[in-house]
Design a protein around this ligand. Structure first.
Ligand SMILES: *[C@@H]1O[C@H](CO)[C@@H](O)[C@H](O)[C@H]1NC(C)=O
Ligand SMILES: *[C@@H]1O[C@H](CO)[C@@H](O)[C@H](O)[C@H]1NC(C)=O
Length: 207
């Protein structure tokens, strides 16, 4: 999952689902890892049972994921945000933000799949890359443990010079303010629920 120009983008096998506005989603099928378009994009309506991908039909709806959301319909998905900064020491506005779910969802990555999780104390985000494997399995794995809230320095002479991982999760113990971002910078966003193993399109590693 990734926030792209105001819409969530999911990559499922070789299809992209994007929230186009509040009530519709665009779905695009590809013959490869989302480079070559296979057929014209389809538009799915929220709350309507429609043909999804392969043999699946789906009824898709949004849930608001926000600290101001109250009630049963709010999303409880915990996400991590990787924010890249042009300056060192993570100062100023981030110029690029990547969002990933952290419930160990299996997502498409550039050369295989990957999954993110966070420990109960929200101390570390753990990313596991499963190289050349489509199902988050196999022996070829690479693991990265990132300290939540820590500012990592990147390039000394060009942007991005630094980045930071944050976690936003639902906090059932809080009454008035159920959403607790691990640090400042809470962003309101609508989440898209999808029925299958979720495959995202991360390209953060390209830096
Ligand atoms: C994918 O990863 C495998 C295993 O590390 C490597 O042999 C292969 O060259 C990689 N392919 C690409 C396109 O990066
Ligand atoms: C976080 O990661 C560090 C470094 O790998 C490790 O020493 C520490 O025990 C981890 N903390 C938690 C709560 O998982």
């Amino acid at each position: 999952m990734r926030l792209v120009r105001g819409g969530f983008l999911w990559l499922l096998a070789a299809s992209l689902l994007r929230l186009s506005n509040g009530d519709t989603y665009d779905i695009q099928d590809y013959t490869d890892a989302c480079h070559t378009i296979f057929s014209p994009k389809r538009t799915l309506e929220s709350g309507k049972c429609e043909r999804f991908i392969g043999g699946y039909w789906a009824e898709i709806t949004n849930r608001l994921r926000s600290s101001t959301c109250v009630g049963q319909d709010c999303s409880r998905l915990a996400v991590t945000k990787q924010r890249f900064y042009s300056e060192s020491e993570c100062v100023g506005l981030p110029y690029e933000v990547f969002t990933y779910p952290v419930q160990n969802e299996c997502m498409r990555a550039s050369n295989g799949t990957q999954a993110f999780r966070v420990d109960p104390t929200t101390t570390n985000v753990t990313q596991v890359d499963y190289l050349v494997n489509d199902r988050c399995g196999g022996d070829l794995t690479r693991q990265y443990i990132m300290s939540v809230g820590y500012c990592y320095e990147l390039y000394p002479d060009r942007a991005p010079r630094s980045f930071r991982w944050e976690v936003e999760r639902y906090d059932a113990t809080a009454i008035s303010d159920a959403w607790r971002p691990s640090s400042l910078g809470l962003v309101q966003a609508a989440g898209v629920a999808a029925p299958l193993a979720l495959l995202g399109s991360p390209r953060a590693r390209e830096f």
